[in-house]
Design a protein around this ligand. Structure first.
Ligand code: ZN
Ligand code: FE
Ligand code: FE
Length: 269
């Protein structure tokens, strides 16, 4: 398992972090900012799980009435942090909530929005407590369904960055490469057409699959399409900020993907 080593001035910003407000992470934006500065990261984005309509996965996200507190915490961090702190969220794409999420996002002024798919209907396919459902799953059908949702999310331009693009591999279940190509390439084409970024998410290195999201193959296909990347630790603890970013930077270089211009974004005034 890679170590959480110190970084150099060449580190990218960490654009994927969570706070205590989502009920399954620890720390505040200030904590993340100071850990990031200590590791030589040039900036962070705070991207906690956004509020969703009431019945959607309330245990893993901030309640709607805590969002003002969230914005306040980010504002406080921006005042004292040695490094720029972007205000962001990680939104979930789920068809029955998508319009409500889009309307909600339009009323916020955020620096960055990550888009994720964590649910296939009511299956939290990446949740270790529901891992057993993979045993009877048709892996190709799951991947097709998942990428169909990602495609719909990109189509409606719900986000700036597609987070952990090949998340269904979390427990090591993925189709043969030829089938992955058929499933993933049309989605990459659409991401490229929209000018969106794909995230290199290092949390996968610590999951059963033992590999960042997305895979080197998918990153190479992204590179061929001119898609740029951002970098995210998906830290749920402040000390995990920037985890394995040295490996992520090396991966980007090996796969020939460029840093997306978002990597140089500054917080809105
Ligand atoms: Zn989380
Ligand atoms: Fe996520
Ligand atoms: Fe996350």
């Amino acid at each position: 398992m890679p170590e959480n080593v110190p970084h150099t001035a060449q580190s990218p910003p960490d654009y994927h972090t969570h706070t205590y407000l989502c009920k399954h992470a620890e720390g505040t934006p200030v904590d993340y900012a100071f850990h990031a500065a200590g590791k030589g990261l040039p900036a962070i984005a705070v991207t906690d799980h956004s509020p969703m309509p009431d019945d959607y996965d309330p245990e893993h996200r901030m309640a709607a009435d805590r969002f003002a507190e969230y914005r306040n915490l980010i504002r406080c961090a921006q005042e004292v942090s040695p490094v720029p702190v972007l205000a962001g969220v990680e939104v979930d794409y789920v068809p029955r909530c998508a319009m409500a999420v889009r309307d909600w996002l339009q009323r916020q002024s955020l620096d960055i929005v990550l888009g994720s798919v964590h649910f296939l209907d009511y299956w939290a396919f990446d949740d270790p407590s529901q891992r057993y459902l993979w045993d009877s799953a048709d892996v190709i059908a799951v991947w097709k369904k998942y990428f169909g949702l990602v495609r719909a999310m990109v189509e409606m331009e719900l986000c700036d960055v597609v987070a952990h693009l090949d998340l269904p591999k979390k427990f090591g279940r993925r189709p043969p490469l030829k089938v992955q190509r058929e499933i993933v390439l049309p989605v990459l084409d659409l991401i490229a057409a929209k000018g969106m970024a794909v995230e290199i998410n290092t949390s996968g290195l610590y999951h059963p699959v033992g590999e960042a999201y997305p895979s080197p193959d998918i990153l190479s296909w992204a590179a061929e399409r001119g898609i740029g990347v951002t970098f995210g630790s998906d830290a749920h603890l402040p000390e995990r900020v920037g985890a394995a970013f040295d490996l992520a930077v090396g991966l980007a270089r090996e796969c020939g993907v460029a840093w997306h211009p978002l990597c140089h974004r500054r917080p809105q005034a």
